[in-house]
Design a protein around this ligand. Structure first.
Ligand code: DOR
Ligand code: ZN
Ligand code: ZN
Length: 432
């Protein structure tokens, strides 16, 4: 196949693909002689980026297929330009044992059967009962690392017991794989605070910044003690970014991995959801303040943030609309993110920086590829896997048309300045 007139970081080029691989990149028009009988597609001068590697998704299987499965999750990923995902362990059963990992692999193979062989790795979980399984799990090729929750969020096991966390970090250090943490500390949550405040502000008080920050401080301390590479999930507060900035200054840029989710960059507690209730924007950690959004942008521009994770966390629309589930309080936290992350982040950065394409590809492809050993799909170059996304112009988010089963979004109705024109997965154009 050939993709003509694709703008690769400012150079309009033709990309020749054979099987799953990019085999040649040349100036536009230079490959015209080679083409008899080949498929071709004209990108019309549009920007092409390497396919996104999303290190933080909840595809819910096994056990919660009603919320998402790997066929719908993969279609959502590809609609959003995401060609590799790393799935979270809070499924049923939790991915904490060899047999549970096998169940997850079987669930994930549904994406191949559906004709969308999405790239994937898995985070494994761990609890005090399953600690003995961890070294074996971390030795598996398709395991990205271990993920801990310091508090309950969506049916996950949680613990922030110091000796337990230290043992988990030690096992991660031995395996040379990251230990990821959702850092909000259970004992610092104030689950009945903020009565009478607007809903998102109230949720923010109930799961206060201090809970995330104290957990982040604990992670950084234990990472330094054990020598493990800590991975901070969805950082959300100005103080957390500052902590990571100083940790990196002291221990090196690669001593800790900082993840940012698009909603913590772009949305805050004053957000008004369009076309749905405020509960569509309920998430843990909560949307914070406008000041935290600014701190997130600064951290993203100065390299404190390493990568973008969507935290794609689908729930049933009936749970999220607050009618069946006891309103805002009763509904679960989380929303789908695969279909909006590229548009949200690239669209926003395009307005901030002339270097937006390099920045986006650093945060969504180069850094995750380096961190998780996915060099085969890092960047756009000869010999790399042909996982690509071709960008288009502004588009209004319509969550009613999502490919995910979770047809709602806090970004619904918002115009994002970048959208996805086509995604190419392993050399095949995905028709949606
Ligand atoms: O809002 C969230 N939803 N935060 C989490 O940490 C878990 C996630 C989920 O799995 O639904
Ligand atoms: Zn989380
Ligand atoms: Zn998550």
């Amino acid at each position: 196949m050939i993709i003509r007139n694709a703008d690769i970081f400012g150079k309009v080029s033709d990309i020749l693909i054979s099987g799953e691989l990019i085999i040649q990149i040349a100036a536009a028009g230079a490959l015209s002689g080679r083409l008899a009988g080949e498929h071709e597609m004209d990108a019309g001068g549009r920007t092409v980026l390497p396919g996104l590697i999303d290190p933080h998704v909840h595809l819910r299987c096994p056990g919660m297929e009603m919320k998402e499965d790997w066929a719908t999750g993969a279609r959502a990923a590809l609609a959003g330009g995401v060609t590799t995902v790393i799935d979270m362990p809070n499924t049923k059963p939790a991915t904490e044992t060899a047999s549970a990992l096998d169940l997850k692999r079987a669930a994930a193979s549904k994406t191949d059967a559906a004709g969308y062989p999405l790239g994937r790795l898995f985070w494994v979980g761990c609890s005090p009962d399953t600690l003995g399984e961890l070294p074996g799990l971390l030795g598996e090729m398709d395991v990205a690392g271990v993920k801990l929750f310091f508090s309950e969020s969506s049916g996950n096991n949680s613990s922030s017991d110091r000796a337990f966390v230290k043992a988990v970090f030690g096992a991660a250090a031995d395996a040379g794989k990251p230990a990821a943490v959702h850092t909000e500390l259970a004992e610092l949550l104030e689950l009945s605070a903020g009565v009478g405040l607007p809903e998102l502000a109230m949720h923010g008080l109930r799961r206060p910044q201090s809970a995330a920050e104290a957990g982040t401080a604990l992670v950084l301390e234990l990472a330094a003690e054990t020598g493990c590479i800590a991975y901070l999930c969805h950082m959300s507060t100005a103080a957390e970014f500052e902590m990571v900035r100083s940790h990196k200054a002291r221990y090196g840029a690669e001593s800790v991995i900082a993840e940012l989710s698009p909603h913590h960059l772009l949305l805050n507690e004053n957000h008004q959801v369009i076309g749905g209730p405020q509960s569509w924007a309920k998430v843990n950690p909560p949307l914070r303040t406008a000041g935290d959004n600014c701190a997130a942008l600064r951290a993203l521009l100065d390299g404190t943030v390493d990568l973008i994770g969507s935290d794609h966390a689908p729930h049933l629309l009936s749970e999220k609309d607050g009618r069946n589930a006891g309103g805002f309080h009763g509904c679960p936290s989380g929303f789908p993110g695969l279909e909006t992350e590229l548009g949200a982040v690239a669209g926003f950065l395009k307005e901030q920086s002339a270097e937006w394409r390099d920045l986006v590809s650093m945060l969504t492809n180069h850094n995750p590829a380096r961190i998780f050993g996915l060099e085969d799909r890092c960047g756009i170059a000869e010999g790399k896997r042909a996982d690509l996304v071709i960008l288009d112009g502004p588009k209004i988010v319509d969550s009613g048309n999502f490919k995910t089963k979770a047809a709602y979004s806090p970004f619904n109705g918002m115009e994002l300045q970048v959208s996805v024109y086509k995604t190419i997965l392993r050399g095949k154009i995905i028709e949606q």
